[in-house]
Design a protein around this ligand. Structure first.
Ligand code: SAM
Length: 484
């Protein structure tokens, strides 16, 4: 039997349309023949599974997290027994509003979410969280509910943790915005997929979008790999050298750069006697070049890769030298980045995606020698930041001009400076997690546990379409003058 789906509908404030959305989705899915049970907001007051919890709450006490979990577990048992395909809940799981009102900390709440997910292990869980300006949505709820509702709401709010100062619509709205910030932080790392939807628009359009987003799950093919399987594969697959070849079918380049770096280097290498490849990684790119000079040397600063490169390049008689590596090009202290070679030793220095100290590259080149580098430009990962709901770094448009200035300052003549984009389509979340493990510096804030909620949302979305990341690169070729 396919796994039962449990769809949690929550909202940042009253009046955002949770109940209409829950009812609308339930209707849609019933209409296509699925067995759907809708748990309405007030059902909790009547259902036997929640009687203990409601009793404690009615007596004016704070239910313990164990009491909430026991009630949730009883409810899940009844769902398993009832064998519906989909359970749609209007503001039930994951109890966030209640836990906040009862004063539970983020830490306790986060641990609670983990335990709730464990209890619901046999279900596919997914949350749709509606957001919108509370100062507009509360009056909508008040108009719908009738006279006295707002006053009663304000009075009720005063008994909630952190809401003692709520006295009117404005302070109530402010309270809801604060708790929503907490909710979203918690949902980012929740152990299930959660979609945050803007509810400040016609109800039909919210429902349409939610149905579209949830479709892969509702129509889901249970033979497809589960999130946990893809994540575990990504966490255990080795990161040896700089070999991304296994990733290719799952993170295909769907639009290529206007130049081919290996072809550019091979063309330049053809009539040059001595070449240095800086930051060779595991030597993968260098070893696949169609042309190399008879005397080719590679250097690498990162210890684990020195050995990998030496092994990969030994058969080609390319020695690998461990060097100190250059400081980042944006923040150069001028000390690191020395190259352990005599001046004028090479006719071509190649460098893909590696920091460099321009004065050292200049020094090791013979007069007339060329420096060719492809670099990762600013904003290369903006799409990845957006997918993970983070703001991208506020960098300038490109650092090609900075690199051009760095090489010109030491005496190079720039002969090519070109920017381009390549689009990489991540087909599954495992490919994305592995990629971020391989290049941790592009997003230091990423950790798969901290982004579980988002990663699982992407997993659902990627059943339909890949996450396409428009990566920016630039190519810079500079010549050391024959007379310097
Ligand atoms: C982006 S790689 C480029 C490698 C190679 N030139 C290529 O184009 O395939 C840049 C360098 O980062 C090194 N590297 C890999 N993982 C690293 C890590 N966690 N910390 C520091 N450097 C790392 C690699 O060895 C490599 O030399």
């Amino acid at each position: 039997m396919a796994r039962q789906k449990l769809i949690m509908i929550s909202g940042a404030a009253p009046g955002l349309g949770k109940s209409s959305l829950a009812a609308g989705l339930a209707r849609r899915w019933r209409d296509r023949g699925l067995r759907v049970e809708l748990f309405e907001e007030d059902d909790i007051l009547e259902r036997a599974e929640f009687a203990d919890l409601i009793g404690i709450w009615r007596a004016g006490n704070r239910p313990s997290l164990d009491v909430v979990l026991d009630a949730a577990a009883r409810y899940l048992d009844s769902c398993r027994a009832a064998e519906a395909d989909v359970y749609v809940q209007d503001a039930l799981f994951p109890f966030l509003a209640s836990l906040f009102a009862w004063g539970y900390s983020d830490e306790d709440t986060s641990a609670f979410l983990d335990r709730l997910a464990e209890a619901a292990e046999s279900f596919e869980l997914l949350q749709v969280h509606l957001v919108g300006p509370a100062q507009d949505s509360i009056p909508r709820a008040a108009a719908r509910e009738g006279e006295g509702w707002l006053e009663a709401m304000i009075e009720r709010a005063q008994s909630w943790a952190g809401a003692q100062q709520v006295t009117d619509l404005a302070s109530l709205a402010q309270f809801f915005s604060l708790t929503d910030g907490r909710a979203r932080r918690l949902l980012r790392r929740a152990p299930w997929a959660s979609f945050t939807l803007d509810a400040d628009r016609p109800q039909s359009s919210v429902e349409e979008e939610a149905a579209e987003l949830l479709e892969p799950l509702i129509a889901g093919d249970d033979r497809l790999p589960r999130y946990d399987e893809l994540r575990d594969e990504a966490l255990h697959r080795s990161l040896k050298g700089w070999d991304f070849s296994w990733l290719r079918p799952r993170a295909a380049v769907v639009a290529t750069l206007p130049w081919s770096y290996p072809r550019v280097v091979a063309d330049l290498a053809r009539d040059r006697a001595r070449i240095l490849d800086m930051g060779t990684g595991g030597g993968e790119v260098l070893s696949r070049l169609t042309a190399r000079a008879s005397f080719t040397v590679a250097n690498e600063a990162w210890p684990p890769n020195v050995r990998v490169a030496a092994t990969n390049l030994a058969g080609l008689k390319v020695p690998v030298v461990q060097d100190e590596g250059a400081a980042d090009n944006f923040n150069q202290d001028g000390v690191r980045g020395r190259l352990p070679y005599r001046s004028g030793a090479f006719h071509l220095v190649s460098n893909r995606h590696e920091a460099f100290l321009a004065s050292e590259v200049f020094r090791v080149l013979a007069p007339g020698g060329l420096f060719v580098t492809q670099q990762v430009d600013h904003h290369s990962y903006d799409d990845l930041y957006a997918a993970l709901e983070l703001d991208p770094p506020a960098d300038p448009e490109s650092w090609l001009s900075l690199a051009g200035a760095q090489v010109s300052e030491v005496g190079f003549q720039v002969i090519v400076g070109q920017r381009g984009e390549e689009h990489q389509a991540f087909a599954d979340v495992g490919a994305l997690i592995w990629y971020l493990r391989a290049v941790p510096w592009i997003m230091p804030e990423f950790h798969h546990v901290e982004f579980r909620g988002i990663l699982q949302r992407l997993h659902v979305m990627m059943r339909r379409s890949p996450v396409v990341v428009r990566q920016r690169r630039f190519l810079l070729i500079a010549r050391k003058p024959t007379e310097s």
